[in-house]
Write a protein that binds this ligand. Structure first.
Ligand code: HEC
Ligand code: HEC
Length: 187
């Protein structure tokens, strides 16, 4: 009898936990992250969560940046690669201010391999993902794309009902969903 009672209590507790998870905005984000950021899981929108994560990521008190001994050393190239937010500086040799389309056009001449790699990737062919059939081994990407679009909508970067056309050079190297032209010296 006693064993059965325990079983019942544990089942109820698990049920409560599961309900908690189901109500959360992004189920894959662990509770520890909300706790570390002092956010209420039930009340935080994806946008607020994103902004809090970015703020913490860039906070020197949390270890961001080169550190207090930075004046005594310089990063090796691999260190720059690993922490571009702190160390990377875009080349200033190119003064262009370019649109989404112009990035691709000029780089087709300047760095054709990078453009080819992009053109053959899913990033340049999102409609292909949308047309996947359930029998396709990469069908799961369709749901992922829809998740990304939902997330972008909650950030105000995609209108209601609007679909993501591509993930272009400018989206990664400048700003996601950039509509205006971008200064090359800051890419
Ligand atoms: C008119 C030509 C032109 C346009 C337009 C252009 N680029 Fe470039 N881009 C270059 C050249 C040339 C280089 C190499 C510069 C260097 O290494 O000094 C370069 C380099 C880069 C690099 C590598 C930087 C590095 O650290 O080596 C990235 C990333 C890049 N461009 C992204 C972009 C994006 C994003 C856009 C659109 C906003 C864009 N480019 C538009 C010509 C262009
Ligand atoms: C999905 C995001 C994403 C897209 C889309 C993207 N890039 Fe990049 N790119 C990166 C990242 C991250 C790196 C640095 C990592 C690496 O070197 O692999 C990079 C590196 C580069 C570099 C090398 C910089 C260096 O220091 O050597 C160039 C040049 C470049 N990208 C150009 C482009 C161009 C041109 C396009 C569009 C045709 C493009 N990228 C699209 C994310 C992206």
């Amino acid at each position: 009898m006693v064993a059965k009672l325990w079983l019942r209590i544990v089942t109820v507790m698990l049920g409560v936990l599961l309900i908690g998870v189901a109500q959360a905005n992004i189920p894959t984000v662990p509770n520890e992250l909300y706790e570390a950021l002092k956010l209420d899981r039930e009340k935080t929108s994806p946008k607020e969560l994103y902004e809090a994560v970015v703020k913490r990521y860039k906070d020197p008190a949390q270890g961001a940046g080169p550190g207090t001994l930075a004046k005594y050393w310089e990063p090796i190239p691999y260190g720059i690669y690993l922490d571009p937010a702190t160390f990377y500086k875009a080349p200033t040799s190119n003064k262009d201010v370019a649109s989404r389309k112009e990035c691709v056009e000029c780089h087709t001449d300047e760095s054709p391999v990078w453009v080819q790699a992009w053109k053959r990737s899913n990033h340049a062919n999102l409609d292909k993902i949308r047309s996947f059939k359930p029998s396709d081994p990469t069908f799961y990407k369709k749901a992922k794309l829809e998740d990304v679009e939902k997330n972008l909508r909650s950030h105000g970067k995609l209108a209601e009902g609007e679909q993501l056309k591509e993930v272009g050079c400018i989206d990664c190297h400048v700003e996601v969903g950039a509509k205006k032209k971008a200064d090359h010296a800051k890419t």
